[in-house]
Each structure stands twice: as structure tokens, then as C-alpha cells.
Design a protein. Structure first.
Length: 394
């Protein structure tokens, strides 16, 4: 059994945040029906690397989904979407606010055909407010949330992340909110609207920056790989030109690290007992750790830290990830047969459930691969499907 079997999600969304949320639900058994425009597929199909002109990123984003083409701006497309919504539990969308309403597919119309429906809406800045109508992308959220201002070296510019960070965080938040809304429906019998902006989930992850400014008038500064709360915390180069990351958020770990590198004298200082005290002497601490690591190859450094029960990890790239025995032991990656490219290795599901695990049954399919099958479930026969294709609805 998969825990979300029996839940149907209609995903009318492109690129990353909402489609990742749909992927998460599909991994655990929801029937996710992804709607794409007949002539303008999800741009995620063309993002990132490709093989034989087939985008690889979409193979993960589109996994465990049934792929349907439908032009929602046409009356026939609107009617078919309402028929799908009528038999579904969730509609997941990330159009610019007001777009569904312009097509006659807003909350009023959707809830009229299905009062139990959950409408999950993801946008750059939320459904209301002066910025609601602006185009919203993760980069803008990473800038406006305060993330970029905190990321980077102290004497360098703000840095944006090299990944869809805001989208990924918003996706997890949206999937969680959908499950909360479905649980509430069990009590009330009614669906509701989930409104997730790309900015707010990232705000939560950034900690008490707003609270600190409100109460103390302080602004957190960029610290590079260092922490403003604890030391040592940094990346260090080994003698064989590899990199490792050390974290000592707990005083006990910091003690083990400094004793390992031969600096018992620092451990005995009164200031060492608190994170703030160690940060005040961060240059001395960092120099001690960096100097010791720089004299030894990576494997020796890792073994010594492990023996001392001090926290360390190698800096990995994709080659290292696939060779790591711990990640192999927990099945962090899985190989799935793909009709276009053959076996594909991709990240597995994010959590392991002991009694009701999900699974990855299929990779992202070609554009419109399941249109005929899905529309047949809402009464579209072959003749009607041919007409809809002829007029560009599907």
C-alpha cells in the first residue's frame, strides 16, 4: 500500500515549486495528472542537461505523473478541466494570480463543482497584496527573503544559490500544507485554498533575522563558510587538494576538534565554553583547524575525526555521491527504466516509511503521453478527442 493511494491531484504548473510538490505527492501514491499546454510544454523539459535532446531534469520532476495536454484558455479546455477537478482531491497551480479567474477556473468555479476540493496555489508573492501580479521566480524570492544578503564572503557581493532553492523549499511547504488541508477536510467535509508564496517558506528557514532586527536593531552580516554563532565551522583544504566541512555547533564537539588538532590550550580558555566566545576568537580557532587538516590527506583526516567523534564530512560531487556506501545503504538513489533513455539513476524518495512506503514507478513521460487515457476517464471518446486535437484544445 502507498499512503496517498486514492488521492487525485491535478497539477497545472510549470518549472519547479508546484511540480516538485506534485512529485512529492506522487512518490507516495497520489494519482498526479499533470496538465501542459498542447503547444508550450513545461519549460522544465528544456532546463539543464539533456541526452538525445531529451531533458534530464524533467525525468525527475515528471516522475509518477500522468501527462495530459490541455489548453485551459479555450472553453472546451475549461470544461474538461472542471470535469477533472470534479473527481479530484487537489488542484495544484502556479499561474500568475488572476489567471485561473480570467479563464473561469477560480476558486468559486472549482469549489462549485467539487466542494471537497483543495486548491493549492503557488506564486512569487502570494495571491494578494501590491506585488501579487508580478512575475515570480525563485531568484527573486532568494533576493527578497534576505537569503542573498546573508550568503557570500564578508567582503564580497551577495550570492544567489546555484540551485532552485526557493522553489524547493516552497515545494516542501506546499506539499505539507496540502496534507494539512486534506486532514482538515476529514473534519469539516470541505476543501479550502492553500496560498504559498516563494518568499515565506525561505523566510522561515533563515532564522530570527527579522526578530533580531525588531528587538535589537541588529542585521546579520555575511560570514562566508563561517558561522556567526559557533566555531569552528568552515571548509578546509586537505594535503591532497580535497575539501572537507567541519561543524561544531555543540561545545562538546568543538572540544573534540580542538583537542584532536593539538590545541588543548584553547579548550581550557574561559571563552571557549560558549559559541559566542568561540566566534570572538574565530581566527585563531580556524587557523588551528585549517593548519592541521592541510598537513594530511583527506582519508586520514576523515578517519581521525571519526575516531575522535568529531563532526566532519567530505565535500562531494556527483561522482562521490554515487560511490558513497552510506547513501547506497539507505537507497538514496534508484535506477528506473525510461522508455526514451533506458535505465536512469535519480534521487529516491525523501523519507522512508516502514509500513506504507511509496515508490517511483515511472520517470517523466513525453509531452501528452497520457492525454487519451486520462480524458477517457471523464467521458472523452475517440471521436471527441480527434475533434479536440483538431481545434488545438489538446
Amino acid at each position: 500500500m502507498k499512503p496517498l493511494e486514492g488521492i487525485t491531484v491535478v497539477e497545472a504548473a510549470t518549472l519547479f515549486a508546484a511540480p516538485i510538490a506534485g512529485m512529492l505527492l506522487g512518490d507516495y501514491g497520489a494519482d498526479v495528472i499533470k496538465i501542459e499546454h498542447p503547444r508550450r510544454p513545461d519549460p522544465a523539459r528544456g532546463h539543464g542537461p539533456s541526452k538525445d535532446d531529451v531533458g534530464l531534469w524533467f525525468k525527475t520532476l515528471g516522475r509518477n505523473k500522468r501527462l495530459v495536454t490541455l489548453d485551459l484558455s479555450q472553453p472546451d479546455g475549461r470544461d474538461l478541466f472542471l470535469r477533472l477537478a470534479e473527481r479530484s482531491d487537489v488542484v495544484l497551480e502556479n499561474f500568475r494570480p488572476g489567471t485561473l479567474e480570467r479563464w473561469g477556473l477560480g476558486w468559486e468555479e472549482l469549489s462549485a463543482v467539487n466542494p471537497r476540493l483543495v486548491l493549492a496555489r503557488v506564486s512569487g508573492f502570494g495571491q494578494t497584496g501590491p506585488y501579487a501580479g508580478r512575475p515570480g521566480f525563485g531568484t527573486l524570492a532568494e533576493a527578497m527573503s534576505g537569503f542573498a544578503a546573508l550568503n557570500g564572503e564578508p567582503d564580497g557581493p551577495p550570492l544567489l544559490p546555484p540551485l532552485a532553492l526557493a522553489d524547493g523549499v516552497a515545494a516542501f511547504a506546499t506539499a505539507f500544507a496540502i496534507m494539512v488541508a486534506l486532514r482538515a477536510r476529514e473534519e469539516t467535509g470541505r476543501g479550502q485554498v492553500v496560498d504559498t508564496s516563494l518568499v515565506e517558506p525561505l523566510l522561515m528557514l533563515l532564522g530570527p533575522q527579522v526578530t533580531a532586527y525588531d528587538l535589537l536593531g541588529t542585521l546579520q552580516e555575511r560570514t562566508g563558510n563561517r558561522s556567526s554563532h559557533n566555531a569552528p565551522r568552515n571548509v578546509y583544504r586537505t594535503a591532497d587538494d580535497a575539501w572537507v566541512a567541519v561543524s561544531a555547533s555543540a561545545t562538546s564537539i568543538a572540544e573534540r576538534v580542538l583537542r584532536l588538532v593539538g590545541r588543548d590550550d584553547l579548550v581550557e580558555q574561559p571563552w571557549f565554553a560558549t559559541g559566542a566566545g568561540r566566534v570572538a576568537h574565530i581566527d585563531e580557532i580556524d587557523a588551528a583547524v585549517a593548519g592541521w587538516i592541510a598537513e594530511r590527506p583527506r582519508d586520514q583526516v576523515l578517519a581521525a575525526f571519526e575516531a575522535a567523534e568529531a563532526a566532519i564530512a567530505p565535500i562531494y560531487d556527483a561522482r562521490d555521491l554515487l560511490a558513497d556506501p552510506q547513501l547506497a545503504a539507505i537507497d538514496a538513489f534508484v535506477s528506473i527504466d525510461d522508455d526514451e533513455l533506458g535505465p536512469i539513476t535519480m534521487t529516491n524518495m525523501i523519507s522512508r516509511l516502514s509500513d506504507t512506503p511509496g515508490s517511483i514507478e515511472r520517470t517523466g513521460a513525453p509531452h501528452g503521453a497520457d492525454t487519451a487515457a486520462v480524458l477517457a476517464e471523464v467521458g472523452v471518446d475517440d471521436a471527441e478527442l480527434a475533434r479536440l486535437r483538431a481545434v488545438g484544445v489538446v
